[in-house]
Design a protein around this ligand. Sequence first.
Ligand code: NAD
Length: 302
Amino acid sequence: MSTIKTIAFIGLGNMGGPMAANMVKGGFAVTAFDLSSDALALAKANGCDTGHSIAEAVRDKDAVITMLPAGKHVRAVYGGADGIFASAKAGALFCDCSTIDVQSARDVAAEAEKMGFSMVDSPVSGGVAAASGGTLAFMVGGSDAAFEAAQTVLDPMAKAVMHAGDSGAGQSVKICNNMLLGITMIGTAEAFVLAKKLGLDTQRFFDISSKASGQNWSMTSYCPEPGPVPTSPANSGYKPGFSAAMMLKDLRLAQDAAQTSGTSTPLGAEAQALYAMFDSLGGGNTDFSGIIQMLSGEMTKS
Ligand code: NAD
């Protein structure tokens, strides 16, 4: 039986807002904090208490969940003079659900441990729809004991909570997975563009390739060409879904990690370059599968 009943939730943006609302639905007493007063008002309407500062929000809480833009925000929110470490209850559990660089995740968790807290990095797969529906997949890095405690806390927001390994392993899985996703999306899009140029019928190419060795998730669950997979964003003007800007962020994190670990990832580097080009052509706010429009030559800089 978990003893965690009170939660502070810091970072109530596109993802954190609906996630905090699901924690309330899950029966936790949630105190929310964000720099944005609009986000705080929405959290209040969704049943959260609100704090005037991080210190006030986290004081005496059993656990703290953070959902912030990048590593520098996470370092500041945990470590700052008025941050979480300085104000949290002794022994509290911290779950950082932001997508950040592996080194920041490891450093902040090591600092937490030194101060007697337990912490997991628990980035998510699934976008705003999954955050609202409580169907996110959490990839968790931390000790066995911290993972076990985090499982109960993350449950109201999750369809799956998976243990990836020690601190930083959640972020590592997330960026390796998304580097692979970026690469397979570009490869799939190129294959559909070439198939069309060769005079093949799109549906027929899909029917055959999806049963042959070209089969992959980007093709059969999220096809970048309209038609074969009715639920894919290609059928609704490439409305995200998962935006190309978010994909670019994750590909950059993967390249940072490749550099710091001395790993050669030439296709990851190429995927980053292609998504950066797509972004500079104005594709950042479209779904990441929309890169097919650039690859097919339908897009030029305005
Ligand atoms: P967002 O920009 O909508 O929200 C971030 C929130 O953090 C903002 O409301 C901002 O005011 C708040 N914030 C920043 N600094 C703060 C501080 N010092 N104190 C309190 N609040 C602070 O971002 P998002 O889309 O909700 O994404 C959050 C994280 O989730 C990112 O790391 C992102 O990569 C990851 N993610 C997003 C998606 C998605 O589809 N949006 C999917 C998977 C993962």
